[in-house]
Write a protein that binds this ligand. Structure first.
Ligand code: ADP
Ligand code: MG
Length: 317
């Protein structure tokens, strides 16, 4: 059976090299050299087995997702990721599990040139906690409190896919691998966040559902969002999985775990946003407007709309 230090050696063997890591894994703490004049951006997210991922999630997907959800927070700030730390709690020191976990973690770390610079390895219920560090120029961060009345409300990608996968998984039938990939391997919208940081007024990543997360922006910015649920793009997989319109809309509007970006920007920036999205290789959709007031007002088919509570049985049939 492997010990803690065997595991740390295996982790250390896989890390991305960066010039700004003066001292990485192996000492009491890491020494890092941030670029002059930049602000440090820090975010942390924990994944607990059975709560933040289904029990049948393979280790490589847990590794990917643990980093992805954190990079998504940096994306929503318009920051460039650089470093991360990893706290691993494992029921037993399982080398095969750690190697498989690192396959997923490392694949995403390499895509974004993120160096793992330290962490902690302990015995306990399966839990993975990552902290990411990145940089942003002063005054360019995409904060939640920057929205203005008159802004357009935008969303990236096709929200609802991850929640559809979760609903399919809970119902135990008709599981679509394309949807499951959206749940297990979310794509953090780092490139989009970076390109938006010049001219979007506010951004948030959709981890808890579009309506809930947009409400955070509205509260922080003291504005009201009017959004058209039918303006949300629908993936082919979601359309096939949820044929009943209100079930589908509920997944799109309230489903969590998508890690898409919701952002607001002046009307005058529409062309720039389309260009930024093209550059970043992700679709964006304009779904509403900010007005005076508070909260989020959703409409569908011209009438006020609220999520349905009992829609999940549609997945059983
Ligand atoms: P300490 O006793 O000083 O806390 P540890 O024995 O916990 O040191 O860790 C030794 C080194 O390995 C440290 O540099 C630490 O950051 C690193 N480390 C431990 N666990 C992990 C991990 N899961 N991922 C990355 N680095 C780790
Ligand atoms: Mg330690």
């Amino acid at each position: 059976m492997a010990g803690e230090f065997d595991l740390i050696d295996r982790i250390r063997a896989r890390i991305v090299a960066r010039d700004d890591v003066v001292l990485g894994i192996g000492d009491d703490a890491a020494l890092l050299q941030p670029p002059a004049g930049m602000q440090l951006v820090v975010a942390m997210d924990t994944l607990n087995a059975g709560i933040h991922f289904p029990h049948d999630t393979v280790p490589a997907d847990i590794g990917w997702k643990a980093l992805a959800v954190n990079l998504s927070d940096l994306a929503a700030m318009g920051a460039t990721p650089a470093w991360c730390t990893l706290s691993l709690s494992l029921p037993e020191p399982d080398v095969a599990w750690v190697d498989a976990f690192l396959d997923g973690f490392d694949a995403l770390a390499r895509q974004h040139a993120v160096a793992l610079v330290g962490g902690d390895t302990t015995r306990g219920p399966l839990s993975v906690c990552v902290t990411v560090f990145g940089f942003v120029s002063p005054d360019r961060a995409l904060r939640r409190d920057g929205s203005r009345v008159g802004d357009d409300v935008w969303v990236s990608g096709t929200p609802g896919d991850a929640a559809a996968a979760l609903a399919q998984w809970s119902s135990g039938r008709a599981r679509d691998p394309a949807l499951r990939a959206r749940l297990d391997r979310p794509t953090p919208r780092v490139a989009l966040g970076l390109r938006l940081s010049g001219f979007a007024n506010a951004a948030i990543d959709i981890s808890d559902g579009l309506l809930a997360d947009l409400a955070h922006v509205c509260r922080a910015s003291a504005v009201c969002a009017e959004i058209d649920i039918d303006a949300l793009p629908v993936s082919d997989a979601l359309r096939a999985a949820a044929s009943e319109p209100d079930t589908r809309r509920t997944l799109q509007a309230s489903g969590g775990d998508d890690y898409e970006l919701c952002f607001t920007a002046p009307v005058s920036r529409r062309a720039a946003i389309a260009a930024a999205a093209l550059d970043a290789g992700v679709s964006v959709s304009r779904i509403g407007r900010l007005v005076e007031g508070q909260g989020v007002v959703a409409t569908a088919g011209g009438a006020l709309w609220a999520p349905v509570r009992a829609g999940w049985d549609h997945f059983a049939g």
